[in-house]
Design a protein around this ligand. Structure first.
Ligand SMILES: Nc1ncnc2c1ncn2[C@@H]1O[C@H](COP(=O)(O)OP(=O)(O)OP(=O)(O)O)[C@@H](O)[C@H]1O
Ligand SMILES: [Mg+2]
Length: 399
């Protein structure tokens, strides 16, 4: 029986556990803390620092494959791991592009993959130079370490960017920032691909994602109203990136769909797609598949990194909606006094079709603590039910 090691003990590792059980695969998780989301449910979950070479090397001993819950493991450490004989999937050369948004932009541009206009900038003068071409506002991103919009700033003018540029320029800072045109998108899309070492690839239907304040709130599968030609184009781009970068495992490609018009290709009624960013692991935009796809991303990731044939990716219902449950205010801070299990109890009474997934995480306002999926015939109604359920679990009060 193969052992798959996952570095990082967050909810992605936790949700891989049921898939490992079903496949009869042993799962080992390198957790940062015994109370990590995955460490609560995985028997073999040693605690160690993913930045510590000794801890990671010891963890990898006895793993047939090492893969990831997050992209923060330092590159030199991963390279040493590979040199020492560990099987690391995706391989460090690919993962590098998920760690560094500036490197990712440069690579995608060299592959002619459509992206927003971008440049790297070090100071106000370089930023002003970029804005003179792309216009204000400019979207600034720290190349590394961002998540849930935390490394993203919309700058309306050079002064807005001053503090970020200064921070990047400090010792230990990233040195530069990624500047992007602000895309006036119609909707955000995500394409999830799984690819195996032997080169087999499978794509799930293109989904729509909705971000509020940089955090993913809702995902609907398939993306409602998406032009079939554009969906095919998005899928082609995703498959091409997976192949060119030799990604193994799940690859999420976040995209913007622009409106048809001056920016769109002539005669292209559906607008076009631009790549936002890449993640090389299971991703929030694929959680819907645990209930709504024949093969969920967590099972598929295991199948891919183990080089098993991949599973079917089609929907199990015509319309699938997932809504993230964010942490609400504590009762001490004016929030509901009702505990999460009592909220779940009421939700199940109100909507027996709602599928709840909680991550065992400490509640903090705005933090992702779970998600709800609803399947059905009609997108408008499944979407309303999923978001009402997520809001109820967050707030513990009705509308
Ligand atoms: N160039 C852009 N134009 C318009 N909106 C953008 C642009 N870049 C990012 N955004 C908005 O900010 C959100 C977060 O950006 P991005 O995905 O780059 O950051 P992140 O913090 O790494 O996100 P994640 O949580 O997915 O890792 C996007 O989903 C989108 O809504
Ligand atoms: Mg993103």
């Amino acid at each position: 029986v193969p052992t798959v090691g996952i570095i990082g003990g967050g909810q992605l590792a936790r949700m891989t556990a049921p898939a490992a059980i079903a496949l009869g695969v042993r799962l080992r998780v390198l957790a940062a803390d015994p109370d990590d989301s995955a460490a609560q449910v995985v028997v073999d979950a040693p605690v160690g620092d993913y930045r510590d070479a000794a801890a990671v090397t010891a963890f990898a001993q006895g793993c047939d494959v090492v893969t990831f819950d997050h992209e923060h493991v330092p590159m030199p450490l991963l390279e040493d791991l590979v040199a020492g004989g560990a099987v690391v999937r995706p391989r460090p050369q690919a993962l590098r592009l998920a760690q560094d948004k500036a490197a990712m932009r440069a690579c995608l541009t060299s592959l002619d993959v459509p992206c927003p206009r971008w440049a790297t900038v070090r100071d106000k003068a370089e930023l002003a130079g970029f804005a003179a071409e792309a216009g204000w506002p400019v979207v600034l991103k720290t190349p590394r370490g961002g998540y849930d919009g935390k490394g993203v700033l919309v700058a309306e003018n050079p002064d807005d960017a001053a503090a970020w540029l200064a921070r990047a320029g400090q010792p230990g800072g990233t040195g530069l920032l990624l500047a992007e045109e602000r895309v006036a998108f119609e909707q955000e899309l995500a394409v999830l691909i799984a690819r195996s070492p032997s080169g087999q690839a499978a794509a799930w239907p293109v989904v729509q994602t909705v971000q509020v304040d940089g955090i993913c709130r809702e995902v609907t599968a398939p993306a409602p109203g998406l032009d079939p030609g554009l969906a095919a184009e998005a899928t082609r781009i995703g498959l091409r990136i997976a192949g060119e970068l030799d990604v193994v495992g799940v690859l999420a490609v976040e995209m913007f769909q622009t409106a048809a018009g001056p920016d769109g290709a002539p005669g292209d009624a559906g607008g076009r797609v631009l790549v936002n960013e890449l993640a090389m692991r299971p991703h929030n935009s694929g959680h819907w598949g645990m209930d709504g796809a024949v093969t969920a991303q967590f099972e598929q990731h295991l199948r891919a990194v183990l080089d098993y044939p991949l599973g079917e990716t089609s929907l199990t219902a015509p319309a699938v909606a997932m809504a993230n449950v964010l942490g609400g205010r504590s009762s001490a801070d004016g929030g509901s006094a009702m505990g999460i299990d009592e909220r779940v109890h009421h939700l199940f009474a109100a909507d027996p079709g709602a599928k709840v997934h909680l991550y065992g995480k400490q509640v903090r306002p705005g933090r992702k603590i779970g998600h709800v999926t609803v399947l059905g015939e009609d997108m408008t109604s499944v979407r309303a039910r999923a978001s009402a359920a997520a809001r109820w679990l967050r707030d513990g009060v009705g509308e």
